[in-house]
Ligand binder design. Structure first.
Ligand code: FES
Length: 349
């Protein structure tokens, strides 16, 4: 980073005043700010003063700006010495501000600095032909295309010592130069071209058109569906068909043979393991009095069949349900008096 000092007295002009055109321009800038905030115009006024003075700010210009804005001279001097965009010493026709901050440094700014040292000498001095002067500055905000330099108002990026040398030759000779990346990349896209969002339909409008087409197609389909439904209703109204209750539906059947319904009707449920013979079942289903208690022989047979099958499901429904046996309970533990085991005839009712 270069020292920020005013130019020696020998190079300072005796006076500075804005031209009438620039004075009008400065007035317009000051009027942008509310009363009492005119100091906010200090940067544009310093910039215009530098431009008028051939690219650098003499002490008298700094003081003139301070007077214009009603600021102490020292306050405007602080601003002018803080920002490297203000040159405090005379500059060449092409003023090179070379970025030396870390991203540019990592990408080769030191090679550029060496080149400028070699070609122009120390920073802050104007070349013998008056064309160039240079200064190392902090980040100029184009790190993605590092290393870079600002020459007068323009950025030149992706520089190498060779490219910088050619650029300086062209500027000195008055040949046209390319602003921005010197290796052909567009804006700050990757070297070698963009590798994302490369689908051309994203940008030519055809993708938007495709969506629109699909929506319109859907609308047409909806309209066609509505028309078909309307014509079906009309046909049904003008040519009604005889009613067929079971047409197109599952036919409801009496599920009297379902186990749950048989049980509800007082029949003995039959399970796969039951040994109750078909005759008993037939006899049971033939009972007209469904609420009559089961005969003792039927209970005995059902218990025997349940015991053999490992279940107690053959008991008639008018018997109390069996109580669950607690797992882990002692086999000797007595059953609760309120819930006798149905297989115990002494305790059952
Ligand atoms: S570091 Fe050089 S432009 Fe940001």
């Amino acid at each position: 980073m270069a020292n920020r000092r005013l130019a020696p007295a020998s190079e300072q002009p005796a006076a500075f005043a804005f031209s009438s055109e620039n004075a009008d321009w400065a007035k317009g800038q000051i009027e942008k700010y509310p009363e009492g905030r005119q100091a906010s115009a200090v940067i544009p006024l310093l910039w215009k003063a530098q431009e008028q003075n051939g690219g650098w700010l003499p002490q008298k210009a700094i003081e003139a700006v301070a007077d214009e804005l009603g600021m102490p001279h020292i306050r405007v001097l602080e601003v002018a010495t803080f920002y490297t965009m203000f040159a405090l010493e005379p500059v060449g026709k092409f003023w090179i501000q070379l970025c030396g901050t870390v991203p540019c440094d990592s990408c080769g700014a030191r090679g550029l600095k060496d080149y400028l040292h070699h070609r122009l000498g120390a920073p802050g001095h104007v070349s013998a032909d008056g064309n160039f002067s240079w200064l190392e500055v902090e980040c100029l905000g184009a790190c993605c295309n590092a290393p870079m330099a600002q020459i007068n108002q323009d950025y030149y990026e992706d520089l190498t010592p060779d490219l910088l040398g050619k650029l300086m030759d062209d500027l000195a000779a008055g040949r046209p130069v390319k602003i921005g990346s010197q290796v052909g990349r567009t804006s700050s896209e990757p070297l070698g071209g963009a590798d994302t969002l490369t689908d051309a339909t994203l940008f030519d409008g055809s993708r938007v058109g495709a969506w629109r087409k699909r929506f319109e197609q859907k609308d047409e389909e909806n309209e066609a569906g509505k028309a078909e439904a309307a014509s079906s209703e009309q046909r049904a109204a003008s040519d009604p068909k005889p009613a067929r209750p079971d047409a197109g539906r599952a036919v409801g059947t009496s599920a009297t043979d379902a186990p749950a319904q048989r049980a509800a009707a007082g029949e003995t449920p039959v399970k796969a393991g039951d040994k109750v013979d078909a005759a008993d079942r037939t006899e049971s289903t033939a009972q007209p009095n469904k609420s009559a208690p089961a005969a003792p022989e039927t209970i005995a047979k059902a218990e025997a069949a349940g015991a053999e099958a490992g279940t107690q499901s053959a008991l008639p429904r008018n018997e109390p349900p069996p109580q669950p046996v607690n797992s882990g309970a002692s086999a000797d533990a007595p059953a609760p008096a309120s819930a006798p085991h149905p297989s115990d005839p002494k305790k059952g009712n």
